[in-house]
Each structure stands twice: as C-alpha cells, then as structure tokens.
Design a protein around this ligand. Structure first.
Ligand SMILES: [Ca+2]
Ligand SMILES: [Ca+2]
Ligand SMILES: [Ca+2]
Length: 326
C-alpha cells in the first residue's frame, strides 16, 4: 500500500478478509517488523481485519520511506497464518530548504563592476521532487546585489561607489521550494564595502599581480597541484615600520567554500589548481585573493580568510577571473 507521510492517527490503511475453516470467531492479531509500532489492527468476529495508524504514529518519509509489516493472525487454538504488507511512504512537502550557513559574510571593493560573482549560497531540502527544488531570492528591494534563482550565485548588481564602509549592509536571502504549498527559510548576507584606496597610514600594501579584474587563461585537466599563477602584493611605506609579514589567502567565489578549486600558498602567493578542473563543467571561475599583514616590531602571521580580515591590521582583496582553455 501507498501512504502519505504525516497521516493522522486512526487513519485506515488496509482491510483484509480472514477466513477460518474451523469457523472460529475470535482472533488475535500481532504485528512485527520495522515501523510496525505505527500501526494497530482491529478484527471483527466475521473476520474483517482493518489496519489503522496508531495513536502515536509517526509516519515520516524522511526517516523511513518504506516499511514491511508482518501480520500474524491466530485463532483461539493458536493456529497462525502470516502475511506481509509492504508499505511505501509518499512524500509530503514538510521540510523547508535550509541554508548551509545562517550568515554569509562577504567583502567587496567599491570599484568591482556589476556582474562580479561574490558568493555562492546553497540550501538543501530533505523532501523529494518539486518539494525539494530550491529557488533563491533576496527579500525586499536590493539594487546592490542579486542572487541567481537556481544556482545561488550572488553577484554585484549595482553601483558600489559611495556606499558607506563602516557598517556592513545586511540582506535577507530566501530559499523556497517548489512544493505545494511552498516552504521557505532565510539566511543573512552581510556585505562590507572596502574602499579602493583605503588609506593605510604609514605603511600600505599594494597589489602588483594580478590587477583587479584580470583574466587568467589556463588549460583544463591540469595535473593536480600545478602552479597556474603567482599573486604578488608588496608592502610600501616607511621601512622601519613595514616589518610586517605579508600573507595571502584565496577564495573561490564560484563554488562552495568546502571544495575550492584553487588554493594559494600563503607566503609565496603561488596559486594552484587543487581539483580536476574540467572545461565542460565550468569554463570560468571568479576568484578573489586577500592579503593582510601584521605590522609592528614582533611580526606574526595572520590567519587568513576574508572573514578574519578585521583581525589583521590590514587586509584587502581583489578579484580576478580564471578562464579554462580546452
Ligand atoms: Ca517528514
Ligand atoms: Ca517530506
Ligand atoms: Ca521542501
């Protein structure tokens, strides 16, 4: 039988006729098998066996999508017959999509143009079919960032120039499914705009290579750990005060952070492909790299991540694109 999940207690799910050549009018019914605690039975003197969902039934497809009920009917003399009732649980849209993170922190530089990929958000939905298909949007008016409805890629969608830099801007990301009725949940996108020439007093660091927005072309199917580029930043300023250590970090803006396609050596700035990059799968990546340095007399490395940038004395990032060639 097919049952929809979340069936209320007392719903009738099946009916059988039990016959006994001895003409017995009193039977005993027993259930066993995984999930059998969700059902109860009633049998009449005429041998009509009805199955119902139990009072405490929890029919949850996400927990168990099929069950197999072994039904044993015995008469007064304990003569027993058995039957197996396979049950399939059909999906109901009872789970909202959930973002993998509740908060996405993103830093952008004020001269990044429209269309630059700055993040990729993702939500999962435990249901199946349309009830598990996720669509992304940003709640309320947003003329600064946009999210692709199906891919979750977040891009710059407006002018960043002139946006205040002290406080982050918050946007509410919404993931909804295509179930009937639809369910949704939200997460926060926190956007911090960095000045292009955020003046660094006394000392500063400049990006030398690559320049903002530069396009790097590499061949597909590179052996893993092939060096594809060397990023370079340099400290400028009063020599006695620039004894900080420069470190690099990289963020692959086009894929989920868990599985980056590229990595950077934090000291040398060498950029490597750390996954098999396949032209047919994706021929364009947007990557941002950040440098930061700890200044002062006792220089120490700063653990890097754009989100940790504030913990460093100085941190800036820029983006560039890596194109694949087949
Ligand atoms: Ca469920
Ligand atoms: Ca469900
Ligand atoms: Ca759902």
């Amino acid at each position: 039988v097919f049952l929809t999940e979340n069936l209320p207690p007392g719903s009738k799910i099946a009916e059988f006729d039990v016959t006994d050549p001895d003409g017995s009018a009193s039977y005993h019914v027993k259930f066993s098998g995984p999930g059998s605690e969700n059902y109860r039975a009633n049998i009449t003197e005429l041998g009509t066996l009805s199955l119902y969902t139990a009072d405490n039934a929890q029919i949850d497809r996400e927990a168990q999508d099929s069950q197999s009920l072994l039904i044993e009917v015995s008469d007064v003399s304990n003569n027993t017959d058995r039957a197996i009732l396979p049950i399939r649980i059909l999906d109901v849209n009872d789970n909202a999509p959930e973002f993998t993170r509740k908060m996405y922190d993103v830093q952008v530089v004020e001269d990044w143009p429209r269309g630059v990929v700055i993040e990729k958000v993702h939500a999962t939905d435990a249901d199946v079919g349309k009830a598990a298909q996720v669509r992304y949007s940003i709640r309320g008016p947003s003329d600064v960032v946009a999210v692709n409805e199906t891919s979750g890629v977040v891009t710059v969608a407006g002018e960043l120039w002139g946006m205040a830099r002290d406080a982050p801007y918050k946007f509410e990301l919404v993931a909804r499914d295509l179930g009937e009725p639809e369910l949704n949940s939200s997460a926060i996108l926190s956007l911090r705009v960095r000045g292009k020439d955020e003046v660094m007093t006394e000392t500063s660091v400049v990006f030398l290579e690559p320049k903002n927005g530069v396009q790097i072309v590499v061949k597909e199917n590179l052996p893993l750990d092939t060096k594809i580029y060397t990023a370079k930043a340099e400290q400028r300023g009063i020599a006695s005060r620039t004894r900080g250590i420069l470190t690099y970090s990289l963020k692959d803006l086009t894929s989920d952070e868990k599985e980056p396609n590229f990595a950077i050596d934090k000291e040398s700035g060498d950029i490597f492909a750390v996954k098999n990059i396949d032209y047919e799968k994706n021929n364009e990546y947007t990557v941002s790299y950040t440098y930061s340095f700890k200044s002062g007399l006792s220089p120490s490395h700063c653990v890097l991540d754009t989100r940790d940038a504030d913990k460093c004395d100085r941190a800036r990032s820029l983006f560039f694109k890596i194109f694949l060639q087949c």
